[in-house]
Write a protein that binds this ligand. Structure first.
Ligand SMILES: Nc1nc2c(ncn2[C@@H]2O[C@H](COP(=O)(O)OP(=O)(O)OP(=O)(O)O)[C@@H](O)[C@H]2O)c(=O)[nH]1
Ligand SMILES: [Mg+2]
Length: 407
């Protein structure tokens, strides 16, 4: 806790651009998320800068006029860190550091940094370290030398190595070594997963901070760490859960985010294998978040990247206790009614309705609708169980009876 109060002193500014693909409103949403990421990493956002551009400046990302504005603000307010919402090329990062003379980070470094901070086990640390080195490799030339004095704090943390070697060859060797280490662990994990036998496997997936771990705790009475920051969970937890008389394995794992660095997706292979090998996904969504539809899209995109997009899935809309529709005053004739004004009931009649039976609305925190949750999951697991053990069906004769009794 002491560390947290210590870290909140790091002053940062955020920079994003408005383009054809990204209007002002979208940028605002993205910067809100970037601010949450900054806060999670231990920073305090003092100001946001944005610029309208057809395409980013290849040398400095934003134009020189805007850059001067940023430089003045950074100097006057003693800002230590400037964070861009988009990934910077190695050259851009170098040029910008020269102009601003402070630490320059992008979304990827920030996410990698949070992962580094949160990695608990040596396995998670190895995965993050590998991702950090892979990100670093093309950016080595001259990147750190002029920043020697300002090292430390956000973006500079890494498990293990405190010194960042400036020699490419050393970094390459390090990458090879980490990969080998991960390979060994991956093999062990594979064996472990194999030993779990034939039980049906269910994985909680979803955007970060939607309540996956809270739900895991609610249904399995376990104590997985949950908190209102991004990426509370990095390590995978597997619990045996029994609903009525049907046992299955439930996995809680790392949350996803828009533009999850590809280096992370790759080095978290084994962690994501839990998702890949699952029989059923519970896609948890924070319906109280104004951008929950975007979140669903990001999660689906990552699921298809790891070839897990066509698994049986139940959509679990969580945090219904916190859901609030935006209101239009009666005398307000200007505001157009959009989905932001929908009540929960109206939402249920949108595309959600077309998803048929595979939709649930719950509050994991207040334990609302958990009985329906149990029923739906039970039904879905039973379906898989029956196809897997067609001759074993008699072992669970009371399924239907139980179901009926509960009706
Ligand atoms: N109001 C409300 N808050 C919730 C609910 N479920 C979870 N939360 C809160 O949301 C925050 C994030 O919950 P977690 O369970 O850590 O979320 P997660 O999806 O595991 O997050 P990551 O591990 O970071 O990906 C915590 O502060 C929870 O208390 C809910 O149903 N209602
Ligand atoms: Mg979690």
């Amino acid at each position: 806790m002491i560390e947290k109060t210590d870290l909140t002193h790091e002053k940062a500014v955020l920079i994003g651009i408005v383009t054809q693909h990204q209007d002002e409103e979208k940028l605002d949403e993205y910067l809100d998320e970037l601010e949450f990421l900054t806060y999670t990493a231990g920073g305090e956002v003092e100001k946001r800068f944005s610029q309208k551009l057809d395409s980013p400046n290849p040398k400095t990302f934003i134009g020189s006029g805007k850059m001067n504005e940023v430089r003045e603000f950074v100097e006057e307010n003693d800002i230590g860190t400037v964070i861009f919402d988009d990934e910077l090329s190695p050259a851009q990062q170098k040029n910008i550091e020269k102009i601003l003379k402070c630490k320059v980070l992008d979304r990827t470094t920030l996410i990698l940094d949070i992962f580094a901070q949160r990695a608990q086990t040596s396995y998670a640390r190895t995965q993050v370290e590998l991702a950090q080195y892979e990100y670093l490799l093309p950016r080595l030339a001259g990147m750190w030398t002029h920043l020697e004095r300002q090292r430390g704090g956000i973006g500079m943390r890494g498990p293990g190595e405190t010194e960042i070697e400036t020699d490419r060859r050393i970094v390459r060797d390090k990458i090879a070594l980490l990969k080998k280490k991960l390979e060994t662990i991956d093999k062990q994990m594979e064996v472990q997963r194999g030993n779990r036998g034939q039980l049906v496997r269910v994985a909680l997936v979803g955007y970060t901070n939607v309540g996956k771990s809270t739900l895991m705790n609610t249904i399995s009475k376990s104590e997985v760490f949950a908190e209102n920051k991004l990426f509370a969970t990095l390590d995978t937890t597997v619990r045996k859960v029994v609903i009525r008389n049907l046992p299955f394995l439930l996995t809680d794992t790392v949350g996803f985010i828009r533009k999850l660095p590809t280096q992370l997706v790759e080095s978290f292979k084994s962690t994501l294998d839990e998702v890949r090998e699952a029989d059923l996904l519970l896609h948890v969504v924070d319906i109280s978040h104004p951008n929950f539809e975007d979140h669903i899209e990001s999660v689906n995109q990552i699921l298809s990247e790891i070839k897990s997009n066509d698994k049986p899935t139940i959509m679990v809309f969580n945090k219904i206790d916190q859901y609030k529709a935006e209101k239009i005053e009666e005398d307000d004739l200007m505001t157009e009614r959009t989905s932001a004004h929908y009540s929960l009931k109206e939402w249920k009649n949108t595309w959600m309705n077309r998803m048929g039976d595979n939709v649930l609305f719950i509050s994991a925190l207040n334990k609302e609708n958990m009985e329906e949750f149990r029923k739906k999951v039970y039904e879905a697991v039973r379906q898989i169980h029956i196809t897997r053990f067609p001759y074993n069906n008699f072992l669970y004769p009371e399924y239907d009876k139980y179901g009926e009794e509960k009706e």
